[in-house]
Design a binder for this molecule. Structure first.
Ligand code: NAP
Length: 284
């Protein structure tokens, strides 16, 4: 068997087109154009690239780019004041603080100031609580992107056994909750899990979000299973994920490549969250 590759680039492009349509509809119906406020503190090169890409995608989808670039010497109080100002600004639909922040700043305290209604990264405790309780809210972008990608390839979730490898607040934990909400039976594995492959090999869907290159190989995948690789690692020969792509491709039914799988879905879901946030703001 050779796995069908799940093309995150083309699914993300479809999501972005759909978001652009939703933006124009919202503008026609309400006169409100959604606006995304990204906040970058300092000049970390990788963060600059990520933020630039988010801003470009936001403009391409017809939304306002309300970016703030702050000096690396910005104090906690100054940064929190900027978040508070954006939180109170009706032109701002969504707020995203690019992480990591410089070492002298406390990211948790900054993120806690983002109202759940503008939390387009889905990372606040309030958003996590809404997800845990199964209430409507903005979901973390990468986790939501994985579910969107599974849906795009019509992978059944209802009654499926999914194994999520990783339990971070950013990816693994919210993803497990999103899958449970879709009636999957979910096993969460982590660094203390004994005999990881014995769990993953029983799964209909394996989602690798451990940050360990090549952690999942063919021995941990049942024939025909769906394997989603969230991991991203830079190597001298290019990017790779948490899945040993070549061995797993020979046994899996569906597989995401790295790059071009989950990565493009993350920004697409950020845009989707921003238009959702804008719609809720005008309907309140
Ligand atoms: P993280 O915060 O480092 O969490 C990693 C999780 O994996 C932890 O729960 C850890 O367990 C678990 N883990 C580590 N080693 C393991 C092992 N040998 N066996 C089983 N579980 C293991 O990382 P993250 O932020 O969730 O990100 C995970 C990966 O996804 C990274 O490669 C990251 O770059 C990538 N990522 C990609 C995107 C995207 O857009 N594609 C977005 C976000 C993250 P413990 O809890 O026991 O420590």
């Amino acid at each position: 068997m050779t796995a069908v590759l799940m093309d995150g680039k083309s699914v993300a492009a479809r999501v972005r087109e759909d978001v652009a349509d939703q933006v124009e509809t919202l503008v026609e119906q309400t006169g409100v154009r959604p606006g995304l406020a990204t906040i970058l503190v300092g000049d970390d090169p990788a963060s600059q690239v990520y933020v630039a890409s988010k801003r470009k995608s936001c403009v391409a989808a017809g939304m306002l780019d309300l970016h703030r670039h702050l000096l690396a010497t910005t104090t906690q109080r100054e940064l929190e004041a900027v978040v508070d100002e954006l939180a109170g600004d009706p032109a701002v639909s969504g707020i995203l603080v690019q992480l990591p922040l410089p070492d002298h700043l406390d990211p948790d305290a900054v993120i806690a100031r983002i109202p759940a209604s503008k939390d387009v990264d889905g990372l606040t405790t309030a958003s996590a609580g809404l997800l845990a309780r199964g209430l409507p809210g903005l979901r973390p972008c990468t986790s939501a992107g994985v579910v969107e990608l599974l849906d795009a390839y019509s992978i059944p979730l209802d009654g499926a056994h999914a194994v999520v490898v990783g339990r971070s607040a950013l990816v693994g934990k919210p993803l497990a909750q999103l899958l449970v909400a879709r009636n999957a039976t979910v096993t969460t594995c982590h660094s203390r899990t004994a005999s990881l492959a014995e769990h993953t090999v029983r799964a209909d869907i394996v989602i690798a979000a451990a940050g360990v290159p090549g952690l999942i190989d063919a021995r941990g995948v049942r024939a025909g299973a769906t394997v989603v690789d969230v991991g991203i690692h830079r190597t001298p020969t290019g990017l790779c994920g948490d899945v040993d792509f070549h061995s797993v491709r020979a046994v899996a039914g569906h597989l995401t490549p790295v790059p071009g799988g989950v990565g493009p879905m993350t920004i697409a879901m950020l845009l989707s969250n921003t238009v959702t946030a804008a719609r809720h703001t005008v309907s309140r």
